[in-house]
Design a protein around this ligand. Structure first.
Ligand code: UDP
Length: 253
């Protein structure tokens, strides 16, 4: 199979990973429609790091495959797709989609639940979102350090909150596994894995300045400001190598 392989419904395979060619507006519309139709959907982000991780871990690959929407979270996926002749609409960073979904929720009277991050970060993120989107109802929230024995109570708490949207910020791949394992017991209709987004919203981690983002170097900014991420970024060269080798027909994905 090549790096890019057209699949049904606009979903394609890029560097061995499924991904949806959807822009930011399309992603918001998708979530809105799923809520209108009373159907549950999960939204996960795909980036080069996750592509390599999914190649090494079939369970993660299965999580991605079973997601309702897979957004291209980073310039790496866009470039890889373009290299193979696919005109991907635009990047859809999970950290930007979440505020857009909160805006949509506020406009439509849907409430949200925030699960993940440290208690202080989670609380501050909830406060900031409520300020930023007047009318947004935070139906409930929970920090991301719940023990395994507390999972059933957490699921009950989320369901009892009546939230229509659930944002899960446990980092990757923890959130992908959690969402895949629990989605069938959960009543929110839109469930998005948002990684470190609560840290950004709360202000405890800064996003790259606009200029860095404009030239697609946000990943480098994060690496320089959080050097502890270095080990994770070692997957980037592996991704570039994989994409190039496959483009030249040197590896079988
Ligand atoms: N986290 C959590 N529970 C855990 C481990 C991590 O809630 O057991 C949170 C952590 O506090 C942070 C986020 O998950 O808010 C991880 O952010 P990171 O930037 O590593 O995620 P990425 O977007 O890179 O996947």
């Amino acid at each position: 199979m090549g790096v890019v392989n057209k699949m049904r419904n606009g979903r394609v395979i890029v560097a061995g990973s499924p991904i949806d060619n959807v822009g930011m507006d399309g992603a918001v519309r998708y979530a809105e429609t799923m809520i209108e139709e009373g159907q549950q959907c999960t939204i996960l982000a795909v980036n080069p790091e996750k592509v390599i991780a999914a190649r090494e871990t079939p369970e993660l690959h299965a999580c991605l495959n079973s997601a309702g929407l897979l957004i291209a979270d980073g310039i790496g996926m866009i470039l890889a797709a373009r290299l193979h002749g696919l005109n991907f609409k635009e990047r859809v960073p999970g950290s930007e989609l979440m505020p857009r979904l909160c805006e949509m929720a506020a406009e439509n009277g849907h409430s949200v639940f925030l699960y993940g991050a440290k208690e202080g970060v989670n609380k501050q993120a909830a406060e900031k979102l409520a300020q930023q989107y007047p009318g947004l109802v935070i139906a409930g929230r929970q920090d991301g350090y719940v023990a395994k024995e507390g999972m059933s109570a957490l699921v009950d708490k989320i369901n009892a909150s009546g939230a229509k949207l659930l944002f899960v910020a446990l980092g990757s791949p923890r959130q992908e596994y959690w969402i895949t394992e629990h989605k069938s017991e959960l009543s929110p209709l839109v469930i998005q894995g948002v990684g470190g987004t609560f840290d950004v919203i709360s202000g405890s981690v800064k996003r790259a300045p606009k200029l860095w983002r404009a030239i697609h170097l946000e990943w480098l900014y994060r690496l320089l400001s959080q050097p502890q991420r270095f080990l994770r970024q070692t997957r980037l060269p592996a991704f570039v190598w994989l994409v190039l080798c496959d483009r030249m027909g040197l590896v079988k994905i």
